[in-house]
Unconditional design. Structure first.
Length: 316
């Protein structure tokens, strides 16, 4: 299924499963694909920022995308194709779309700074991959060090008809969402989807500002799905109650560096991943970190039984 500007709901960000020896764990890839759709996700993204894409060679990256797309059986899969050069981006984008991907995601490189440089970069990227490939603009200044104002995003949207969604990860970004929605309502920018990341840390109020859904990888995607549903059906208190119960764990998992270790550990506890190993270089939780995550899970479980997981007696 090809993504369009009406994309809404939850599109999870998937980690890349590895065995203890750091080889790709294909069994967990299949199990993870099934898990996201069983949890109610509309689709998900592979080879994103937390997918350890830079640690994969080109053949591995394509093989993972191909495996997930085939397993998804027509459901939309987004593939991150950001690369230092356009040649690698073009090769991966065309290959995954030929195999049935729903869209690709592109983030700006740290080398662009001015509005003109940013707009030119994306215009050239679209020219390179082809104007027929739907793509998502990743606005994540905390990771890319590229700050895109609402006005430059409007310019990129208007210059590139194949842009179907923004992955909004600016922080703080609530007012930016309102400005972008205002552009659309005033017909100053064509209407596209806004999906939010940042581990869903501000999802409760981002939904109230008019975003279409989430594009993030919190290891309880069911919570994201239900929060979106409750908010869109105007059950404000219920949406906030559910979200607030998970917020301490969301915040903990948002830590730079160690956040992926937390996510993989919880997905291992949930039986989705066989191992929580990251490819080197990568951080691992310390004994204190495992203990803190276990404690936070017990707190979430008071409200949401899905967090009532069987914890190992010694995690490290």
């Amino acid at each position: 299924m090809v993504l369009d500007s009406n994309a809404a709901g939850v599109y999870a960000i998937a980690p890349t499963p590895f065995n203890d020896d750091e080889s790709i764990d294909w069994t967990s890839v299949d199990r993870m694909t099934d898990f996201y759709f069983e949890a109610g996700c509309n689709g998900f993204t592979v080879l994103g920022v937390l997918g350890e894409a830079p640690k994969l060679d080109a053949a591995e990256a394509l093989a993972i995308a191909e495996r997930v797309i085939r397993r998804a059986d027509g459901k939309p899969i987004i593939v991150g194709v950001s690369a230092p050069g356009y040649a690698a981006m073009r090769a991966l984008a065309k290959s995954v779309m030929d195999r049935g991907a729903g869209a690709v995601m592109i983030a700006p490189p740290a080398t662009v700074r001015t509005d003109d440089q940013i707009a030119t970069y994306f215009r050239n990227a679209v020219e390179t991959i082809g104007p027929d490939i739907p793509w998502i603009l990743q606005d994540y200044p905390l990771a890319t060090n590229v700050v895109m104002s609402a006005n430059v995003i409007r310019r990129i949207v208007m210059e590139n008809p194949s842009l179907v969604a923004i992955k909004h990860e600016d922080w703080p970004g609530l007012e930016k969402i309102s400005v972008l929605r205002g552009f659309m309502e005033e017909k100053k920018m064509r209407t596209i989807s806004i999906l939010v990341g940042n581990n869903g840390l501000f999802l409760d109020f981002e939904l109230e500002r008019g975003v279409n859904g989430a594009n993030t990888g919190y290891p309880f995607p069911e919570m994201l799905v239900e929060t979106v549903r409750l908010s869109k059906s105007n059950n404000r208190d219920a949406a906030h109650d559910l979200f607030d119960a998970h917020l301490p764990l969301l915040r903990y998992e948002q830590q730079p560096g160690v956040g992926l270790a937390v996510r993989k550990y919880i997905l291992k506890l949930r039986g989705i991943l066989s191992s929580d190993v990251q490819r080197k270089p990568g951080m691992r939780l310390t004994e204190a970190g495992y203990s803190e995550v276990n404690y936070l899970l017990s707190r979430v479980a008071r409200f949401d039984s899905r967090a009532n997981l069987k914890l190992p007696t010694q995690a490290v």
